[in-house]
Design a protein around this ligand. Structure first.
Ligand code: MLT
Ligand code: MN
Ligand code: ZN
Length: 315
């Protein structure tokens, strides 16, 4: 399978339009060595690296999360436009891990599709996207969607249009979006982690851009994968409070910080040596974005990568 990181930043992107934190100001004026990043999304296919964009039998891809930056992300990903017909895309289905604004607003930008999108999401996410933030109702006036339910138990699911991949969703402790009627009392399935397996190569990936805690089923799933793409939002639990940008701790808004006791780094250290460990969904305040920061060096020493837009992973 191939995974392409379309957007590696958390909601707001990097630099964030109205932010003058050290990172955002620094990347704008050239005093911080860092790559700009768009908002959180990946694409997954069972194809291999030699699929060229114009091949007639171009492999179909799943878009996992639809970021508000999707149009720029597609422009930067020629492999997702095979140009077989006058209106075309290699995206054959959309999977959502939650109903957060940064993961769902891109659906509006994809409204010109020539057929309803096969859209995979859990029941609580579907409820949020037809109620608190009724994007899917609005879309029914454009391309519409063909909704598929992501199961939380049993054998997982298969996306018919993307043969060769098997998908499994695990509920994660996180938070539904602020607009959700369930914000204060999260439901099982508001947020999920995905395990994607390639039936041909046996490669297995874990993807969880939002994760406040790691329970036993999640840990077992992480341990079973060759590559984990995990919540890289914040370095410290009080990052936004210290910068005077928010009253909330990372864990209060559904994210496990990297540093500190019980933090993401400790978990990643316990994974088997050959596991590829990648932080994704990185908030613009996170010091790991600065390639010259001590925090970034610490990750390098520990063999933990920081995702960037355009990164491709073959499993
Ligand atoms: C989050 O995951 O907490 C976000 O990135 C929220 C947002 O979209 O603003
Ligand atoms: Mn987010
Ligand atoms: Zn910032």
């Amino acid at each position: 399978m191939k995974i392409r990181v379309l957007g590696s930043s958390a909601g707001g992107g990097f630099p964030q339009w109205n932010c003058n934190c050290r990172n955002c100001a620094g990347v704008r004026n050239g005093t911080v060595r860092a790559r700009p990043r768009t908002q959180s999304s990946i694409a997954v296919t069972s194809g291999s690296a030699d699929d060229t964009p114009t091949r007639r039998n171009a492999m179909p891809w799943a878009l996992v999360n639809a970021s508000p930056d999707i149009l720029f992300q597609l422009r930067d990903s020629p492999g997702l436009q095979p140009a077989r017909t006058v209106r075309d895309t290699a995206l054959a289905a959309i999977v959502l891990v939650d109903g957060q604004v940064d993961h769902s607003t891109g659906l509006y930008m994809l409204r010109e599709a020539t057929r309803p999108w096969a859209l995979w999401c859990t029941d609580p996410v579907y409820a949020d996207l037809t109620r608190g933030n009724p994007i899917l109702d609005v879309l029914s006036h454009y391309c519409g969607i063909d909704r598929r339910s992501v199961p939380l138990a049993g054998g997982g699911f298969v996306i018919e249009a993307i043969p060769g991949l098997h998908w499994r969703a695990l509920p994660v402790a996180s938070k539904p979006a602020p607009y959700s009627p369930n914000r204060a009392a999260p439901l099982r399935g508001d947020n999920v982690a995905l395990v994607v397996s390639d039936e041909r190569t046996g490669g297995k990936a874990f993807y969880a851009p939002g994760l406040a805690a790691i329970d036993e089923p999640l840990w077992q799933a992480m341990r079973s994968c060759d590559c984990v793409l995990v919540d890289g939002t914040f370095w410290t639990d009080d990052e936004m409070i210290r910068l005077g940008l928010s009253r909330h701790r990372a864990r209060d808004i559904g994210h496990l910080a990297q540093s500190g006791e019980g933090g993401m780094i400790e978990w990643l250290e316990r994974l088997a040596g050959g596991t590829r460990k990648i932080l994704i969904h990185i908030n613009n305040t996170n010091p790991i974005l600065d390639e010259d920061s001590p925090q970034r060096s610490e990750l390098e020493r520990r063999g933990i990568e920081v995702a960037w837009d355009g990164l491709e992973i073959e499993l």
